[in-house]
Design a protein around this ligand. Structure first.
Ligand SMILES: *Cc1c(COP(=O)(O)O)cnc(C)c1O
Length: 242
């Protein structure tokens, strides 16, 4: 990454950090209540390294293979820096990829079926590890979208609580049906918060995390209680094509 690219990245990153501060101020919330996740899908390892050198330690990846390869590259380039990074899985995980995914991320945001939970549990049991997870909810009731239907939320939580001792349920995640639409996404964030409150009562679990908000709408997610916002484009610029 050359100096111009690095300066551009720094400017983008600082603009996102100041939007974050402003959003927190408007919501009367503190900086430590919200984690900024830099979404690095399709971005090269050197862009991740450059952002990490600016102090960003939490990164989100959508594809298991790509994420693991990038981490390997970063380990080889600078193991000291790489060992400080925290990686999140934010993309859809197929059950046949469960064993590559479970145990390899600090948080998996996209648990969306009993089948996937069982596949992860089986692997985690073998390697004797506990994996923190969020359930992804299809808040727009969209046909083609990944994420669990709202009405199946209790059944999946029941399954995790009764049969998956190696999965630690931390909260909910959503991708609203409107993209880059600012305030229009807010009702979906409010819905996810409400679903999480209900699930807390139902399960008796603390469920502290709400992962919601992207480049075009994260201030509105913060206003509705997001604890993790996932920002790609506004930090890294447009994604290179794969
Ligand atoms: C790509 C992606 C993001 C980041 O989107 P931007 O609009 O680039 O900020 C956030 N969350 C998920 C699940 C994504 O796939």
């Amino acid at each position: 990454m050359d100096n111009d690219a690095r300066d551009g990245l720094r400017q983008h990153y600082e603009a996102v950090l100041s939007r974050l501060e402003k959003g927190l101020g408007m919501a009367g919330r503190k900086r430590e209540e919200v984690l900024l996740l830099a979404v690095s899908k399709f971005q090269p390892a050197d862009a991740v390294a450059a952002l990490a050198a600016m102090g960003q330690m939490d990164f989100g990846e959508n594809y298991v293979q790509e994420g693991l390869e990038k981490r390997h590259e970063l380990d080889n380039a600078d193991l000291t820096l790489a060992s400080k990074l925290r990686w999140h899985m934010i993309g859809h995980v197929q059950s046949r990829k469960a064993s590559q995914t479970a145990g390899n991320f600090c948080l998996i945001h996209t648990l969306d079926s009993v089948k996937l939970a069982s596949a992860m549990e089986k692997h985690l049991c073998q390697v004797d590890a506990v994996q923190k997870v969020l359930i992804e909810v299809n808040v727009g009731d969209e046909d083609q979208k990944t994420g669990l239907a709202r009405e199946d939320l209790h059944a999946l939580a029941d399954h995790v609580q009764s049969s998956c001792p190696h999965l630690s349920l931390q909260g909910l995640m959503c991708i609203p049906p409107v993209y880059d639409a600012g305030e229009e996404a807010r009702p979906y964030f409010a819905l996810l918060r409400k679903l999480c409150e209900e699930l807390r009562t139902y399960t008796g679990l603390a469920l502290p995390e709400l992962s919601m908000g992207m480049s075009g709408d994260f201030e509105w997610a913060i206003a509705e209680g997001a604890t993790i916002v996932r920002v790609g484009t506004d930090i890294f610029g447009p994604r290179p094509h794969k």
